[in-house]
Design a protein around this ligand. Structure first.
Ligand SMILES: [Zn+2]
Length: 71
């Protein structure tokens, strides 16, 4: 499942529900624009906090911090 989040603290994988992309906060790049995603209210986290869960929810890998994007 996904939960809306107004913060970027306390978890690893952050999803942008607007673009349906998932970011790895442990490997964040400048191009990810994580702060913008959070401020725009588009941030979600995953339960459990895994890449596999993000993929199951239909999120695509960010090109900058995870790679292997299918788009
Ligand atoms: Zn990213």
């Amino acid at each position: 499942m996904t939960l809306n989040t107004a913060t970027r603290q306390g978890f690893r994988y952050l999803g942008n529900k607007n673009t349906k992309e998932v970011h790895d906060l442990y490997n964040e790049g400048n191009s990810c624009g994580i702060n913008k995603i959070v401020m725009a209210g588009n941030a979600v986290r995953f339960v459990p906090d895994t890449l596999a869960q993000a993929r199951m929810e239909g999120y695509d890998n960010c090109h900058y911090c995870i790679d292997g994007s299918k788009r």
